[in-house]
Design a protein around this ligand. Structure first.
Ligand SMILES: Cc1cc2nc3c(=O)[nH]c(=O)nc-3n(C[C@H](O)[C@H](O)[C@H](O)COP(=O)(O)OP(=O)(O)OC[C@H]3O[C@@H](n4cnc5c(N)ncnc54)[C@H](O)[C@@H]3O)c2cc1C
Length: 360
């Protein structure tokens, strides 16, 4: 990677949160960056719930460490984006409520494990008030938070403009290599040559690379009505209060890139919402949509590297949470430093003897 110190142009393919965070970090260090994206609107990032929830997700081991580091980096990340873009990003601290439904009491054991390790956790047994009688406890994970992903999108694109980053709308269809270097990428409209490349194309990664990433569709809806104070994360719904509405997520469907919202999906979401907060039954439906999580067989991200490139993908359910740490790792790699996490989450884990079948 020694040569990369003198590189002049870095190409980032993909304009979701992972790609654009890399762009901002690199541009702020004076690098010349060009973004190529098929469609700035289609990224899963902008339809995501925006929960920053490694505890509620029950993450463990290296994935937890990676996620927790990113969670701790979030306040700085948001501040940086606000400063560069001049736009406000709604970001809430102070914790998420992990809802424990009757029959799910093992979740209290998970909370106890985090508490024993010193993470801030409070348990409220038999909560009353807004919660349904099906809710047996609430675990308050005080270090978690959430972010409005639409405001994040606006701030990231505005930061790009402020940093004079060139954004090209094109679909990359081929990557030309010689051994472990990328020479150029071919798009439908033109070809692009850089000194280094970052690929952050989420659920579509397999269209360009032989890596086990596949789409897991998530439908969600938005409601207007009385909002809970903080995120209520349950096994049947996530209820995420934003400035002017409640985001209700999300289904998890292995249906490839099949688009659209289904009646079944909407039913699951509305029933899931009312099972936690019955008063939501009188809320008004404001909007609904869907997106594709970049899933991997072991639900962990993937880094793949060569002499002048890094692929950062497979962030599955936690790509919003993982943006700061991933962007930092990618930027450092381009500058010649290899993070420990690149090896931990290398694609080689699927090919070195301990790989499960990843056919999807
Ligand atoms: C309903 C839902 C809810 C979610 N909730 C949360 C949550 O609460 N918290 C959380 O942390 N995560 C959440 N996620 C997961 C999160 O959204 C993803 O992990 C994250 O957005 C992945 O970001 P990305 O930048 O890798 O991919 P994306 O945001 O999907 O961006 C990929 C980009 O690559 C471009 N692209 C693809 N192929 C090409 C090509 N060949 N050439 C050029 N450009 C290309 C696309 O146009 C797009 O711009 C949720 C996801 C969904 C679907």
């Amino acid at each position: 990677m020694g040569k990369l110190y003198i590189m002049r142009k870095i190409i980032v393919v993909g304009s979701g949160i992972i790609g654009l965070s890399c762009v901002v970090y690199l541009a702020l260090e004076g690098e010349r960056v060009q973004v190529i994206t098929r469609n700035p609107e289609e990224a899963s990032s902008w339809v995501a719930g925006g929960m920053l929830a490694p505890f509620s997700e029950g993450l463990e081991g290296e994935l937890f460490d990676f996620s927790y580091e990113s969670l701790k980096a979030y306040p700085e990340f948001v501040k940086l984006l606000e400063n560069v873009s001049g736009q406000r990003v709604d970001f809430w601290h102070g914790g998420i409520h992990r809802v424990v439904l009757r029959g799910e009491e093992e979740l209290l054991g998970v909370a106890l494990n985090y508490a024993r390790k010193g993470y801030k956790t409070e348990v409220i047994k038999e909560p009353t008030g807004e919660f349904s009688s099906e809710v047996s406890a609430i675990v308050h994970y005080l270090e978690e938070g959430w972010v409005d992903t639409e405001k994040l999108r606006d701030a990231l694109f505005s930061a790009l403009k402020k940093l004079n980053v060139e954004l090209i709308v094109d679909q990359v269809v081929r990557v030309e290599r010689s051994e472990s270097r990328i020479e150029q990428v071919l798009g439908l409209k033109s070809s692009y040559r850089g000194d280094a490349y970052i690929f952050a194309i989420g659920a579509w990664s397999r269209e360009l690379f032989d890596i086990p990433v596949y789409p897991l569709k998530g439908q969600f809806l938005k409601l207007r009505g009385y909002k809970p104070q903080r995120v209520c994360y349950s096994s049947v719904s996530y209820l995420i209060p934003r400035e002017n509405y409640i985001y209700v997520g999300a289904t998890s469907e292995d249906v490839g890139f099949m688009g659209g919202n289904t009646l079944e999906g909407m039913k699951k979401l509305s029933e899931g919402a009312m099972r936690v907060l019955p008063y939501l039954s009188s809320s008004f439906l404001l909007d609904f949509s869907y997106g594709y999580r970049p899933a991997t067989p072991d639900e962990k991200p993937i880094f793949e590297t060569g002499d002048n490139y890094i692929i950062a993908t497979g962030h599955y359910r936690n790509g919003i949470l993982h943006a700061p740490i991933t962007a930092y790792i990618a930027k450092e790699y381009i500058k010649g430093k290899r993070s420990y996490y690149i090896d931990v989450f290398s694609c080689e884990r699927f090919t070195k003897g301990h790989r499960a079948d990843y056919s999807v």
